[in-house]
Design a protein around this ligand. Structure first.
Ligand code: 13P
Length: 388
């Protein structure tokens, strides 16, 4: 609920303050009208965002759409049934102590309304673990007519009423992922569309009590070097913040989910974690106001270890924002393979998830070392033209 206030202010000195000898004709007073956003949920949004951005913790992204979850299940020989998705999601949310490392979990709509295999509401399990439930609210990507084979993200129609229902169901934050492709341009049109959509979504989410995670993913696809990613990321984040300001989004009540600044997946020159950290922090300092409480990176196809090392490198000094993770693949990969759909593997799979969660928790604190990491955790997960 936004309320508009008209502020009239003159930036000119009063006539009595003018120098006695000054003869210039008095210009007309300047009137500035400004909308001051005062939403019903403002205090709660700031509190939720701060809880998620708390030291040593980050987000478990487990919001794969049914189609994407099906691909994950197929990789371990399971059918894409609701029962199998429920079994897997139960495994993900129930490891004892998960909340020490994980502050928020992004769910797909089915999971928000789902119970565990033992009949407990997943939302209740998360709350008991001190993990804030979140919800993916975008409706996915479709071709952007008039662009260079690029896409745009759907989901604004009916968003307010869907979000009001998600809030009732226990969700306290939302996620909207749109993408920008470097090999396809990106065109001005695609960047503008991505930024405007994110800004509208952010304003609507705040109006309905959900902290918006703002995620313009700059895809890893391409042969370009790290400099080119840096250039595109600067452009994208400038537009995103321009439109968020225009839409009166409260920056203290949002979280960001950027891609790290890395070379394209097919670039021959690879970057060290220190180089990734240097470029990424430079980008953040140039574009992200310190009012934003948390930057929760996506993993985007990096290996589990690479994503952790890069995050650790970014936390070697003090940052104005909480710099943390919101990984899906880089938290779940070993866990999923270890489970392999077998009930007797649930404990080992949960241990694998806890291991990654703890490693990233340490990386958030800048205290991670990759000594003793398994070779499997170092395998990249990049998939060309990946859809989430
Ligand atoms: P990845 O960490 O697998 O790139 O997932 C990002 C994401 O947006 C999930 O919510």
């Amino acid at each position: 609920m936004a309320s508009a206030t008209l502020l009239k202010s003159s930036f000119l000195p009063k006539k009595s303050e003018w120098g006695a000898t000054r003869q210039a004709a008095a210009p007309k007073p300047v009137t500035v009208s400004m909308v001051v956003r005062a939403g019903a949920y403002d205090d709660e949004l700031v509190k939720t965002a701060k809880t998620i951005a708390s030291p040593g913790r980050g987000i478990l992204a487990m919001d794969e759409s049914n189609a994407t979850c099906g691909k994950r299940l197929a990789s371990i020989g399971l059918e894409n049934t609701e029962a199998n998705r429920q079994a897997y999601r139960t495994l993900l949310v129930t490891p004892p102590g998960l909340g020490q490392y994980i502050s928020g979990a992004i769910l797909f709509e089915e999971t928000l309304y789902q119970s565990t295999v033992d009949g407990k509401k997943i939302v209740d399990i998360l709350t008991e673990q001190k993990i804030v439930p979140g919800i993916k609210v975008d409706k996915g990507l479709v071709p952007l007519t008039g662009s260079n084979n690029e896409s745009w993200c759907q989901g604004l129609d009916g968003l307010a009423s869907r979000e009001a229902a998600y809030y009732q169901q226990g969700a306290r934050f939302a996620k909207w992922r749109t993408v920008v492709s470097i090999p396809n341009g990106p065109s001005e049109l695609a960047v503008k569309e991505a930024a405007w959509g994110l800004a509208r979504y952010a304003a609507i989410s705040q109006d309905n009590g959900l902290v918006p995670i703002v995620e313009p993913e700059i895809l890893l696809d391409g042969q370009h070097g790290i400099e080119r990613t840096f250039e595109v990321a600067q452009k994208v984040w400038a537009e995103v913040f321009f439109y968020m300001a225009e839409n009166n989004v409260t920056f203290e009540g949002i979280l960001l989910k950027p891609s790290m600044v890395t070379p394209g997946a097919e670039c021959k020159d690879r970057a060290t974690p220190e180089q990734v950290a240097d470029y990424t922090l430079k980008l953040l300092h140039r574009r992200i106001p310190p009012a934003v409480p948390g930057i929760m990176f996506l993993s985007g196809g990096q290996s589990e270890v690479e994503a952790t090392q890069n995050l650790n490198a970014m936390n070697q000094g003090a940052n104005p924002w909480h710099v943390s993770f919101s990984y899906a693949r880089a938290l779940q990969n070993t866990c999923l393979k270890t489970w392999a759909g077998q009930p007797e593997n649930v404990k080992a799979a949960q241990d694998a998830l806890l291991l990654r969660a703890k490693a990233n928790s340490l990386a958030q604190l800048g205290k991670y070392t990759s000594d003793g990491e398994a070779a499997e955790a170092k395998e990249g997960m990049f998939v060309k033209n990946y859809v989430y």
